[in-house]
Ligand binder design. Structure first.
Ligand code: G1P
Length: 292
């Protein structure tokens, strides 16, 4: 069976995005006219995902509310004949996609967050999408769907990577590969390390935050000791998996925006703004008016 489930860890407190994230989840910060998390969910849905599993926190109910119906609002819009808006809010997700949430009771790291979804994932292989990073890929077949295709053909786990400047390797998971694959292609990984010190990294290919993983990684996560930052790292469980199974690094063709950082967020607003079907042209005029 193809990959139908995706885990989105959204329990993080978003300290990099304060003060905005003091009272709204960082995932709900608006990129143009919708919350950042919608782009990530739509990326998953475009790749064939049918069940979104949010690993969340008590302070983040607005994320679940966003993907739920809001009858009061719907009725008001209907009575006011605002049919376009009604369509917008009721068609965020296609009917065959469901959203489930589980709680991460303690902030013990990304690996622990993924493990919190174990009971929902069961025996199914699954995708993981980290919601801070937006992946913009205008092609019909997005990067995530190519990773799923490759997984279906080879059963090899897929880790999405992109090249980063050498002085930034200590902010990411970094993969060890014999050579850099072409964009849109995968290569077998020899290792993976979380946030290596500058000058010690095995390559400059960084883990973007999109993974296709086998169900059995949950057993490995249960045995993963605390690693970098004193947290249970998904990277460490993948390194264990790679000792017995083929794991591949998939080099993305799209573009990333790290909405966990303020500048990355502003860049996302610019790019998604100019490409917006309704607002794009007027937004470009606004940018010209700045006469930078
Ligand atoms: C996580 C992962 C890291 C990855 C990064 C991508 O780190 O642990 O391997 O490169 O996301 O954004 P975090 O940014 O949560 O510290």
């Amino acid at each position: 069976m193809s990959i139908k489930k995706a885990i989105l860890p959204v329990a993080g407190l978003g300290t990099r995005f304060l003060p905005a994230s003091k009272s709204i989840p960082k995932e709900m910060v608006t990129v143009v006219d919708r919350p950042a998390i919608e782009y990530v969910v739509k990326e998953a849905v475009a790749a064939g995902i049918e069940q979104i599993i949010l690993v969340t926190h008590s302070s983040k109910a607005s994320i679940e509310n966003y993907f739920d119906r809001n009858f009061e609002l719907e009725t008001t819009l209907e009575n006011k004949k605002k049919i376009d808006l009604l369509k917008e809010i009721t068609e965020i997700l296609p009917p065959h996609v469901s959203v489930i949430s589980v709680r991460q009771p303690q902030a013990l790291g990304l690996g622990h967050a993924v493990l919190c979804a174990k009971a929902v994932v069961g025996n199914d292989d699954f995708a993981v999408l980290l919601p801070d990073v937006l992946v913009k890929d205008p092609s019909e077949t997005n990067d995530l769907s190519l990773m799923i295709q490759r997984f279906n053909e080879t059963q090899a786990s897929q880790i999405m990577v992109e090249a980063v400047p050498d002085n930034l390797v200590d902010q990411y998971g970094i993969v060890d590969v014999a050579s850099t694959p072409a964009e849109g292609h995968s290569i077998q990984m020899q290792g993976i390390v979380e946030k290596p010190a500058v000058g010690t990294a095995p390559s400059n290919l960084s883990v973007v935050g999109r993974y296709i993983l086998p169900a059995k990684i949950m057993q490995l996560l249960e045995q993963t000791p605390k690693g970098a930052g004193n947290e249970i790292q998904l990277t460490d469980a993948i390194a264990m998996l790679q000792e017995t199974d083929t794991v591949e690094a998939y080099r993305m063709k799209g573009q990333t925006f790290d909405c966990g950082s303020k500048l990355g967020y502003l860049k996302a607003v610019l790019h998604y703004g100019v490409d917006h079907p309704k607002l794009g042209d007027a937004f470009k005029d606004l940018i010209k008016e700045l006469k930078l």
